[in-house]
Design a protein around this ligand. Structure first.
Ligand SMILES: Cc1ncc(COP(=O)(O)O)c(C=O)c1O
Length: 455
């Protein structure tokens, strides 16, 4: 699909480039983008989320950024609308980005790049044991490989020693030598430009709140993985009319790391604000990035069963788990508050947890299709034919054709109209005829019932 094609413009604005003007409350920020690509389906819905065991008077609502489109790309769509617009403006013919082996961001970038006719190069981090092997097709990898993204694997140790920036630069250098024009997107799309994605999401939220009339949120809760989402949300909430308190639950690294990282992002926008004043960050890492306890996975399962909302195990699952735990531990902090949880997507990450989740998933059974259920082709199940033959043989042995015929027609009513006499005719060559000798005709045996019907 060519983003600039006239056909796209005629049919609608999806995948087209459009001018961008920041909300008035953000107009003083630096690096305001001049354009954006329309890649997602916005506004995303907001609805009440009936979570169990909430503190008294607490309401939780959910903003469904998991429904933002672009093949389940969640929160990444908002950042990529700005990042890819910049890539295209700079004349790039391919993009490079970096992430974990099941990175949602890498997969989202691969989709967005293909939408805009750009090649995509992904550097994916995996374990030392797996780095020389085919990474397989589970979850995000399947989508990336279907899209034809170029995948380079590095081990966690190499990643730790070299760093994501140097790895991307190395690949960029190689592509430049080949005459390509690469554009590098940082881990998670979290740089100051990407931060505009969630500044813009706050404008969307403001408009949704205005339209709804009476809903006001006291708190916004979201998972944090690379920092761009909370930077945009927190800055937007502070500057706009929203003024909701933003709570981040970090799923990797520590809160202090993210306060610093967010500070760098908002400094890049020359906000003049302190990250500690605009967001509260709590640790929800648990066993470690992309690792889950059985309790966390059971939580994901229980919430899906109770509310129909499927959380991902790596981000929104850990975020919501930690939020409810905090509500249980500190009910007075949350009592009577209206809380908006942002579901950031990541559904494909669940496929990586299939083994761990198999004992939790709902049960199943073989459907009971009892013998009397009619088959579409009119055939009768083998078991019932055997039973029928037994009944018939008994009647025939007694030379009681009338009752044989009655047995077959009444006990099988609604099914293939087997008639004992027809059956006997069909099987006469197998010796049954002998047992009814004297009652056969050239047409076969006919009982009184059938004779009547024929006449
Ligand atoms: C599904 C999902 N939710 C939340 C996040 C966290 O967003 P951010 O990286 O902007 O902190 C990510 C990515 O890291 C993600 O993939």
């Amino acid at each position: 699909v060519s983003a600039a094609s006239p056909a796209a413009a005629q049919i609608g604005s999806f995948l087209s480039k459009k001018p961008y003007a920041p909300p008035s409350w953000a107009s003083h920020l630096a690096l305001a983008p001049s354009h954006t690509f329309s890649l997602g389906h916005f506004p995303t819905p907001i609805h009440q989320w009936n979570l169990p065991n909430l503190p008294e008077g607490t309401e939780v609502w959910i903003k469904r950024d998991d429904l933002s489109g672009m093949q389940l790309s969640g929160n990444k769509v908002r950042k990529l609308e700005f990042l890819l617009s910049d890539a295209v403006a700079q004349g790039a013919d391919c993009v490079i980005t970096v992430g974990g082996i099941q990175s949602n961001h890498c997969r989202a970038t691969a989709v967005a790049a293909k939408y805009l006719n750009l090649d995509c190069y992904l550097i994916l981090r995996t374990s030392k044991l797996l780095v020389d092997q085919d990474p397989g097709l589970v979850g995000n990898l399947l989508v990336e490989r279907l899209l034809g993204a170029h995948i380079d694997l590095v081990s966690k140790e190499e990643y730790g020693k070299i760093g994501s920036v140097a790895l991307a630069d190395l690949l960029k250098k190689r592509l430049l030598e080949e005459g390509r024009k690469p554009y590098v997107i940082p881990v998670g799309g979290s740089n100051s430009l990407g931060t505009w994605g969630y500044i813009e999401a706050v404008r969307e939220l403001e408009q949704q709140i205005q339209l709804s009339g009476d809903v006001q949120f006291d708190d916004i809760v979201v998972a944090c993985g690379s920092g761009g989402t909370i930077a945009g949300l927190a800055l937007g909430s502070k500057l706009s009319s929203l003024k909701a308190k933003v709570h981040a639950f970090s799923v990797c690294d520590d809160p202090e790391y993210f306060y610093d990282y967010v500070q760098g992002l908002i400094d890049g926008l020359q906000s003049g604000l302190d990250s500690h004043d605009i967001v509260s960050i709590q640790n929800a890492k648990g066993l470690g990035y992309a690792m889950n306890t059985a309790e966390e996975l059971k939580f994901v399962k229980d919430i899906a069963t109770a509310t129909g909302i499927v959380l991902d195990p790596v981000y929104s699952g850990k975020g919501a788990y930690a939020m409810l735990k905090d509500m249980a531990d500190n009910p007075s902090k949350w009592k009577g508050r209206k809380v908006l949880f942002v579901h950031t997507g990541g559904l494909l990450g669940l496929y990586d947890k299939v083994d761990q989740m198999s004992s939790l998933a709902g049960s199943w059974r073989r459907m009971d299709l009892e013998e009397s259920v009619p088959r579409k082709d009119g055939t009768v199940p083998h078991k019932i034919i055997v039973w029928m033959i037994q009944q018939l043989m008994q009647a025939i042995t007694c030379l009681d054709l009338d009752s044989a015929c009655r047995i077959s027609s009444t006990s099988l009513s609604g099914l293939t109209p087997y008639r004992a006499c027809t059956f006997i005719s069909m099987n006469s060559s197998r010796g049954i005829r002998a047992s009814v000798a004297g009652k056969t005709t050239n047409d076969g045996v006919s009982c009184n019932l059938c004779k009547t019907e024929k006449s």
